[in-house]
Design a protein around this ligand. Structure first.
Ligand SMILES: Cc1cc2nc3c(=O)[nH]c(=O)nc-3n(C[C@H](O)[C@H](O)[C@H](O)COP(=O)(O)OP(=O)(O)OC[C@H]3O[C@@H](n4cnc5c(N)ncnc54)[C@H](O)[C@@H]3O)c2cc1C
Length: 280
C-alpha cells in the first residue's frame, strides 16, 4: 500500500465527512428559515406566503435534498469499494471481484470531490438564503442562522478548497468515469412528468459531453480554465438523474426534483457558452 494512496484515501474520508457536515448545516438553516417564515407577519401575510420568500425557501429545500442525495450515493460507492476490496483480498483468484472493486474505487475517487464541492457550496447558498429570509434579525449574533452561515463558510475551504476538489475531479471527468452510471440512470423507465424532465437532463448531458470534447481538442490550459464549469455541468446532470431515480420510488420527491431541474439545469447551457467564448 503506497504512501500517496494511503494519504489520498485519508483525505477523501475527511472530505466525505465535511460533505456530511455541510448537509447538516444546510438542513438546519433550511428548517430555521421555514420556521421563521411561517411565523413572521409582513404586509398582512406570513413571509412564506410571499412569492419572493417562498422562492428562496424552496431553493433551500432543493439544494439540501440534492446535496444529501449526492452525499448518500458517494457514501454507497465508498462502502461498496471497501466491501469488494476486502472480498478480493480474501479471494485473490476472483477476477470479477477485483474488477468490481476497481470500478467502485474509481467512482468513489471521482464522486468524493464532486460531493465535497457541491455540498459545501450548497450549504453556503442555503445559509445565505436562510439569513435573507430572516431579514435584519438573521444578521444578529444571537440568531442560530448567523452561526450556521459562519460554519458553512469554512467548509468549502478546509479539507481542500472547492478549487482543489475541482482539480481532484478533473482526471475522472476526462476519463469519463461516470458515463456507464449515467447510461444506467438514463435508461430507467421514467414516465409522465419525470420522462419530460429526464429528456431535459439528457439534452444537458449531450451539451456537457460536447463541451468536454471541445475543450479537450484545445490546450491543457483551456481544460484548467474550464474545469470549474465542466465539473458543475457534470454534477448538475448527475444529481438531476439521481433525483429523478429517487422520485420513481417516492412520488413526493417529484416536486423538489422539478424545482432543482428548473432552477439549476439551465446553468449547463450558460457554462457551455462561456467555455466556448473564453480564450485561455
Ligand atoms: C478554522 C480552520 C480549521 C482548519 N483545520 C485544519 C486542520 O485541522 N488540519 C489541517 O491540516 N488544516 C486545517 N486548516 C487549514 C485549511 O485546510 C487550509 O486553510 C486550506 O486547505 C486552504 O489552504 P491555504 O489556507 O493555504 O490557502 P491557499 O492554498 O493559499 O489557497 C488560496 C486560494 O488559492 C486557491 N488555490 C491554491 N492552489 C490552487 C490550485 N492548485 N488550483 C486552484 N486553486 C488553487 C485556493 O482554492 C484558494 O482559493 C484549517 C483552516 C481553518 C481556517
Amino acid at each position: 500500500y503506497g504512501l500517496t494512496r494511503y494519504v489520498m484515501s485519508l483525505m477523501n474520508g475527511a472530505r466525505l465527512a465535511i460533505s456530511a457536515q455541510a448537509v447538516g448545516v444546510a438542513e438546519a438553516a433550511r428548517i430555521a428559515a421555514w420556521k421563521y417564515a411561517r411565523q413572521r407577519q409582513q404586509f398582512g401575510r406570513t413571509l412564506d406566503q410571499i412569492p419572493a420568500v417562498w422562492e428562496m425557501l424552496t431553493r433551500q429545500d432543493a439544494l439540501t435534498v440534492a446535496a444529501r442525495t449526492l452525499l448518500y450515493e458517494t457514501s454507497r460507492y465508498v462502502d461498496l469499494r471497501d466491501a469488494w476490496a476486502e472480498w478480493s483480498e480474501r479471494y485473490p483468484e476472483d477476477a470479477t471481484a477485483r474488477e468490481t472493486s476497481k470500478r467502485y474505487s474509481r467512482l468513489a475517487d471521482l464522486c468524493t470531490p464532486l460531493s465535497k464541492a457541491f455540498a459545501t457550496e450548497a450549504a453556503n447558498q442555503v445559509a445565505y438564503d436562510s439569513i435573507q429570509c430572516h431579514g435584519g434579525k438573521g444578521y444578529m449574533r444571537e440568531q442560530q442562522v448567523e452561526r450556521l452561515y459562519r460554519d458553512a463558510r469554512i467548509m468549502n475551504i478546509y479539507e481542500g478548497t472547492t478549487q482543489l476538489q475541482i482539480v481532484a475531479a478533473t482526471g475522472g471527468l476526462v476519463k469519463r468515469i461516470l458515463e456507464p452510471t449515467l447510461d444506467e440512470l438514463a435508461a430507467l423507465p421514467f414516465s409522465g412528468e419525470a420522462a419530460e424532465l429526464a429528456a431535459r437532463v439528457a439534452e444537458a448531458r449531450e451539451v456537457t459531453a460536447a463541451c468536454l470534447a471541445f475543450v479537450e481538442e484545445d490546450s491543457s490550459s483551456r481544460l484548467e480554465l474550464a474545469a470549474r464549469r465542466l465539473v458543475r455541468m457534470v454534477t448538475l446532470v448527475y444529481v438531476s438523474y439521481l433525483l429523478l431515480r429517487d422520485a420513481m420510488r417516492d412520488n413526493a420527491r417529484l416536486a423538489i426534483t422539478r424545482r432543482f431541474i428548473w432552477e439549476f439545469l439551465p446553468e449547463v447551457g450558460m457554462h457551455d457558452c462561456v467555455v466556448r467564448d473564453t480564450q485561455p
